[in-house]
Each structure stands twice: as structure tokens, then as C-alpha cells.
Design a protein around this ligand. Structure first.
Ligand code: ATP
Length: 369
């Protein structure tokens, strides 16, 4: 299969808009790479440059070590699956899948073998004679995948392939794509808005903002070790809470004043704040909703990280409860056990699990610890 390298890739559109800035990424054979980021951050532009559908303004694109910048899309050995998978309505499933191979004038027997093989992988064998309008959304999406698979490409590029499907189908297809990746052993680059897709499918995720890569990491590291405020806020739902914290160093003890609470910072994190020279400065404390606890046991165990607030909204989602409250000038979300006795309007204590807290520099927005 294929390794792909993007080296200092830039895209400046003819109107002067700099859509992708110094993009660097080495993708190993068989990796499943996800591009995520807010609308307009340059995900599709980058993918289209890899496909050859968009010129590269500067930088190098290598596939298996060969420079591809000037190679025609059809000669790149890449297959692309888009969100509007545009099947030919007058053709059967079989013919839709065979179409590209017929264009390439492959022998009939070979085409037949490839189409049947792909149909088997995608569980479309019983549907080969149907026209697209007689298929469900998920089946159509599988045919679109089939069209890509029959070509047996080195690389699959997928641009929000599931975004037209309803929630249930998306989950099904997500699992299908994951299995497909395993079966085909292909290198995949996949663009999505959907965090769950990103977190569950990706071997690595590239987070972009305004054309600039913010962090490239495993799903686990992105969630647990975000490198800056943007990534911390973008990955995770509901999102990480951010509160201003004024740091005070007293010998080896570090406290963070958050609202009207003085919270003790655990030793490892305290060291980073001391070494960074943050005594007396205000930083941003980031804490995920699941790291704010309302249980008595937790509050008693961590008396030095307790805050008090009035619950503004109580939301029961079945397996979990979200409690929303205002604290230190911001709205804070806690994700707690559904057996909580807390109710809307209650004034209660919360304990922050400071071992899992993050601190960010207010100016550079980079993580401190
Ligand atoms: P979305 O999630 O909304 O699809 P994206 O991250 O894929 O967004 P791109 O489609 O790559 O974003 O676009 C990146 C930026 O480049 C956007 O600001 C867009 O408006 C701009 N852009 C895209 N195509 C062109 C073009 N042909 N000329 C000028 N600017 C363009």
C-alpha cells in the first residue's frame, strides 16, 4: 500500500486567500488519518491537493517517496469518496461499481471478479441488479465505497462520506468503514466534522484551524494532552471548562485562585507553573466536565479543590447527568452520576479533580501543564 508525506504544503487560492499554511505530515502505510477542524479551516483543500484536484501552491507531496505535485489525479492511484456520492441513477448497482473499470477498458471477466469481490466485502451481493433509487441511504453509501474499492487503490480519500446519513446509519457505516480499513489494509485520509467519527476511526487525528495545523496526535493524546486552548476546547463534548486562575507560589506549594476558592495544585503541575514563572500571574485552568464531581466521597477526599455554586440547569441524559452552573464569570458543565441527588436551584459543593486539570498560558494559549 502507501505512505504519504506532505512537506511544507501551502495553498494560496487565485484570489489571494491563504487556505493552507505550511502543512507537514508523514502518513505511514495503512494509517487511518482524520482531518478535523471548524468549517473553512482547510481540511477539504488539503485533501483535494492530495487527490490532485487542486494545485499545490508550494511544498512537496510524496506518495511512496515519489513527488506527486504534477502527477495527474488519475495517475495517483487514489480513490476518493465524497459526501454527495452521486451514483448514476439509470445504472444498476453492478454497473455503477463497474463503470470506472469499463472506462479503463479492463477485461470483462476481471471487472466481474472485482465487482463481486467488493460487493461481498460491502454486503451488497443481493442488490447488484437494483437501481440507486431502490436503495436506502446506507446502501447507496456502500455502493459509493464499492466504486472506490474495485479500483484497488493505494490510498482512499474520504470527504465527510457519512454526512448525508441519519444518526443511526452513520453509526452503522462508521463501524463498516472501520472494518473495511482492516480488511483492505489501505491508507485512508478522512475529513469529518464529527468528533465521534474522528475519535473512533482515526489512528491519528490532525486538528486544523485557519489553515494551520494545531496538533497531530492519537485520539487518546488529543483528549488527554491537548497542546493548546483551541484543541482543548475543540476535542470533547460537552467541551472542556475554562476558568481564569490566579497562581500563587509559596515555597513548593502552589495555589490557584479560581473564583473565590483557593485550590491546591498537585505537585507535578505545581512544578511546571513555578518553572514557567507564573507566580502572581493569571492563567487558564481547563477541566473536563467528567473531572468535576458532586459526590460526597470525592468532596471529602479532596478538600483543597472544592468550589461552591448554584445549579442553573439539570439535564438527565440516561447514563449521565449534566449540571450547568456559573462560576468565576463563566458557565461550567459537570458530568455526574445519574444517581446524584442534586437538583436545579440547589447550592452545592463540587470537587475538581486537579490531577486531570490543564493549565494554559493566557497570552500564547499554549499548554503549561
Ligand atoms: P468545511 O468543513 O466547511 O468543508 P474545510 O475545512 O473543508 O471546510 P475548505 O473547503 O478547505 O475548508 O476551505 C478552506 C478555506 O478556503 C475557506 O475559507 C474557503 O472559503 C476557502 N476557499 C475554498 N475554495 C476556494 C477558492 N476556490 N477560492 C478562494 N477561496 C477558497
Amino acid at each position: 500500500m502507501a505512505s504519504i508525506s506532505l512537506k511544507n504544503i501551502n495553498k494560496v487560492y487565485p484570489n489571494g486567500f491563504h487556505a493552507v499554511k505550511d502543512f507537514n505530515l508523514d502518513i505511514e502505510d495503512k494509517e487511518f488519518i482524520i482531518f478535523v477542524g471548524p468549517s473553512g479551516c482547510g481540511k477539504s483543500t488539503t485533501l483535494r491537493m492530495v487527490a490532485g484536484l487542486e494545485d499545490i501552491s508550494s511544498g512537496d507531496l510524496l506518495i511512496d517517496g515519489k513527488r506527486m505535485n504534477d502527477v495527474e489525479p488519475k495517475d495517483r492511484d487514489i480513490a476518493m469518496v465524497f459526501q454527495n456520492y452521486a451514483l448514476y441513477p439509470h445504472m444498476t448497482v453492478y454497473d455503477n461499481m463497474a463503470f470506472g473499470l469499463k472506462l479503463r477498458k479492463l477485461p470483462k471477466a476481471e471487472i466481474d471478479q472485482k465487482v463481486r469481490e467488493a460487493a461481498k466485502i460491502l454486503d451488497l451481493e443481493g442488490l447488484l441488479d437494483r437501481k440507486p433509487k431502490a436503495l436506502s441511504g446506507g446502501q447507496r453509501q456502500r455502493v459509493a465505497m464499492g466504486r472506490a474499492i474495485v479500483r484497488n487503490p493505494k490510498v482512499f480519500l474520504m470527504d465527510e462520506p457519512l454526512s448525508n446519513l441519519d444518526a443511526k446509519l452513520r453509526v452503522q457505516m462508521r463501524i463498516e468503514i472501520s472494518k473495511l480499513h482492516e480488511k483492505l489494509g489501505a491508507t485512508i485520509i478522512y475529513v469529518t466534522h464529527d468528533q465521534t467519527e474522528a475519535m473512533t476511526l482515526g489512528t491519528r487525528i490532525v486538528v486544523m484551524k485557519d489553515g494551520v495545523v494545531q496538533q497531530i496526535d492519537t485520539p487518546h493524546n488529543l483528549y488527554n494532552k491537548p497542546q493548546n486552548l483551541f484543541v482543548a476546547g475543540f476535542i470533547g463534548s460537552p467541551q472542556m471548562n475554562f476558568m481564569d486562575a490566579k497562581i500563587a507560589v509559596n515555597g513548593e506549594t502552589v495555589t490557584a485562585q479560581v473564583g473565590d476558592a483557593n485550590i491546591t495544585v498537585p505537585a507535578g503541575k505545581a512544578k511546571a507553573l513555578i518553572e514557567g514563572g507564573y507566580d502572581g500571574k493569571t492563567v487558564v485552568l481547563g477541566i473536563r466536565p467528567e473531572d468535576i464531581h458532586d459526590s460526597q466521597m470525592f468532596i471529602e477526599a479532596s478538600p483543597n479543590s472544592v468550589i461552591e455554586a448554584k445549579i442553573r440547569v439539570y439535564e438527565l441524559l440516561g447514563a449521565e447527568v449534566f449540571l450547568y452552573f456559573d462560576y468565576a464569570g463563566t458557565q461550567v458543565t459537570a458530568r455526574v452520576d445519574p444517581r446524584t441527588t442534586a437538583k436545579q436551584g440547589d447550592h452545592i459543593k463540587f470537587a475538581l479533580d486537579m490531577e486531570h486539570a490543564h493549565f494554559f498560558d493566557k497570552e500564547t494559549e499554549l499548554v503549561i501543564t
